[in-house]
Write a protein that binds this ligand. Structure first.
Ligand code: FAD
Length: 467
C-alpha cells in the first residue's frame, strides 16, 4: 500500500498526528505493535493511573472526610478487584474510542511491529511472523518510551515492579517501597497509601518532584506525610532483592551510612527511556543519543533523514501526553505546508496527587539562575471560600511576574483541581498577559480559580483581597 504518511506508534503523539494528517487530506496509515491503540498513555499510563487515583480518592474521602460533612458510613470497605476491573473498563472504553476515530478518519490501522526497510518503506511484522510492506512519502516515528531502571536493579515484574505492574496488582501492598520521588511514583504511591499501604519513598535528590518549583515539592511532601507516606530524601539506593513475598531495598543515607527497608513490593519509578527497539533505525542511518536513547530532531521535528519525523517521548523534552499531542499536530501541519508553532516553555506539568500540583513557565530557581528580576505573589487555599466549603485547605497558587513589565513568567500551584486550573495560566501566558490583566478579568465566585486572581493581585502591589 502507498500512503502520504505512515505513523509508527499509536500513543497520544501518533494517533493525534494520524488524525490531523487525515483531516488535512493525506492518505494515512498507523502501525501499532499491540492489539489496542492509545500507547502508554491510554493503556498503562495517564488513563489507568487516573482511574485508580479517582477510586482510591473516593475511598479515602469516605474514610476521612465524609464524617465532617455529616455523612455516616458503617463498615466501610473497598473491593480492590472491582477497582482494577473498573480501571480496565475505563482503559477499554478509551482505546476502543481511538479505534473508532481511526475508522471515522479513514486511517488504515496495521497491527504489528513497524520497521524501516528504507526511508519510505515500512515492514510490518505481525505476532505470527507474517510481514507486509507499506510505503509512504513521509514517516512519523511516535514509538514512545518504556520504564527505565537502575543498572544494578533487576525488575522481576512480580515483587520488584514498574508503574505498568503497579496498575494491575492483585492485592494492596502492605509496605510499598518506592524508588524515586517523581510524578509517576508519587501518583501511584498515593493510590496505595490511600488504600492503607505503608509507602516509603527513597529519593536521591533532596526534594520530591525535583524538576518543579521547590515550594511545590515542599508543600506536597507535607500533605503526603499527612497521608502516612514516609520519605528518605538525599538517599541513594544501592540494591533491591526479592525473596518469596519479601523485598529488601538497600540504600545509603546522606552521610554514606548503609540502611535497608523491607516490604512486600518495590516500585522502581526512576524515569522512562525512549523506545526504539525493532524500528531498524540503523537501516536509514539514524543514531540515537547516548543518554536517554532519544532520536535527534531539528526544530521542525525532522530527523537527519528527510521526510522522517519523530515526536513525543521518543524525542527530547518533557515526557508528557499533551506535549506528544502538540507535536503530532505540529508535524502533520508542517507536512501539509502550514507554519505551526509550539511554545515549549508553556507546556504545563501536572501531578495528580490530592491536592493536585500544576505548573507552567519558569520556576523561581530558573529565574534566579537567568538573572531575571521578578515579583512573586502567593495565595493560600485556606483563605479561599470555595476551598473552605469543600474542605480542601492545603496548598497555594504562586504567580511569578516580570519585575519591570508585569508579564507572567511562571505559575506554580498545589491545590484542589490545580490540573484544570493551570489552563488559565497557560492561556494567559500564551497571550503574554500581565498579572494585572488577570486581576481585571472576572472570576466566578466561589471557585478555586479565584486563588489565581488573588495570587496575581498579590504579585501586583501586594493587593490580594482575602488575605
Ligand atoms: P506512547 O504513548 O508510549 O506510545 C508509543 C506507542 O508506539 C506504543 O503503543 C507502542 O506499542 C508503539 N510502538 C513502539 N514501537 C513500535 C514499533 N516498532 N512498531 C509499532 N508500534 C510501536 N503524561 C501526561 O501528560 N499526563 C499524565 O497524567 C501521565 N500519566 C502517566 C502515568 C504513567 C503511569 C505513565 C507511565 C506515564 C504517564 N504519562 C502522563 C506520560 C505519557 O503516558 C507519555 O508521555 C505519552 O504516552 C507519550 O506518548 P507517545 O505518543 O510519545 O508514546
Amino acid at each position: 500500500m502507498q500512503y502520504d504518511v505512515i505513523v509508527i506508534g499509536s500513543g497520544p503523539g501518533g494517533y493525534v498526528a494520524a488524525i490531523r494528517c487525515a483531516q488535512l487530506g493525506m492518505k494515512t496509515a498507523i502501525v501499532e505493535k499491540y492489539n489496542t491503540l492509545g500507547g502508554t498513555c491510554l493503556n498503562v499510563g495517564c488513563i489507568p493511573s487516573k482511574a485508580l487515583l479517582d477510586s482510591s480518592e473516593h475511598f479515602h474521602n469516605a474514610a476521612h472526610a465524609f464524617a465532617s460533612h455529616g455523612i455516616k458510613l458503617d463498615n466501610l470497605a473497598y473491593d480492590f478487584g472491582q477497582m482494577i476491573k473498573r480501571k480496565q473498563e475505563v482503559v477499554d472504553a478509551n482505546t476502543s474510542g481511538i479505534s473508532f476515530l481511526m475508522k471515522k478518519n479513514k486511517i488504515d490501522v496495521h497491527n504489528g511491529v513497524g520497521s524501516f526497510k528504507d526511508k519510505n518503506t515500512i515492514t510490518v511484522t505481525k505476532a505470527d511472523g507474517i510481514a507486509t510492506e507499506i510505503t509512504a512519502k513521509n514517516v512519523i516515528i511516535a514509538t514512545g518510551s518504556k520504564p527505565s531502571s537502575l543498572p544494578f536493579l533487576k525488575i522481576d515484574k512480580n515483587r520488584i515492579i514498574t508503574s505498568t505492574e503497579a496498575l494491575t496488582l492483585k492485592e494492596v501492598p502492605k509496605h510499598l517501597i518506592l524508588i524515586g520521588g517523581g510524578v509517576i511514583g508519587l501518583e501511584l504511591g498515593s493510590v496505595y497509601a490511600r488504600l492503607g499501604a505503608k509507602v516509603s519513598v527513597i529519593e536521591f535528590m533532596d526534594g520530591i518532584i525535583p524538576t518543579m518549583d521547590k515550594g511545590l515539592g515542599r508543600e506536597l511532601q507535607k500533605v503526603l506525610k499527612k497521608l502516612g507516606m514516609e520519605f528518605y530524601l538525599g538517599h541513594k539506593v544501592t540494591g533491591a532483592t526479592a525473596e518469596g513475598d519479601e523485598v529488601t531495598v538497600t540504600f545509603d543515607n546522606p552521610k554514606g551510612e548503609k540502611q535497608e527497608l523491607k516490604g512486600d513490593y518495590c516500585m522502581v519509578a526512576v524515569g522512562r527511556v525512549a523506545y526504539t527497539d525493532g524500528l531498524g533505525l540503523d537501516k536509514i542511518g539514524i543514531t540515537v543519543e547516548e543518554r536517554g536513547r532519544k532520536i535527534p530532531v531539528d526544530e521542525h521535528l525532522e530527523t537527519s533523514v528527510k521526510g522522517v519525523y519523530a515526536i513525543g517521548d521518543v524525542i527530547k523534552g518533557a515526557m508528557l501526553a499533551h506535549k506528544a499531542e502538540d507535536e503530532g499536530t505540529f508535524v502533520a501541519e508542517l507536512i501539509a505546508g502550514q507554519k505551526p508553532h509550539i511554545n515549549y516553555n508553556l507546556i504545563p506539568g501536572v501531578v495528580y496527587t490530592w491536592p493536585e500540583v500544576a505548573a507552567v513557565g519558569y520556576t523561581e530557581e530558573q529565574l534566579k539562575e537567568k538573572g531575571v528580576k521578578y515579583k512573586a505573589g502567593s495565595f493560600p487555599f485556606k483563605a479561599s471560600g470555595r476551598a473552605r466549603a469543600s474542605g480542601d485547605l492545603d496548598g497555594f497558587v504562586k504567580v511569578l511576574a516580570d519585575a519591570a513589565t508585569d508579564e507572567i513568567l511562571g505559575v506554580h500551584m498545589i491545590g484542589p483541581r490545580a490540573a484544570d486550573m493551570i489552563a488559565e495560566a497557560v492561556i494567559a501566558m500564551e497571550f503574554r498577559a500581565s498579572a494585572e490583566d488577570v486581576t481585571r478579568a472576572s472570576h466566578a465566585h466561589p471557585t478555586y480559580t479565584e486563588a489565581m486572581r488573588e495570587a496575581c493581585l498579590a504579585a501586583t502591589e501586594n493587593r490580594a483581597i482575602h488575605i
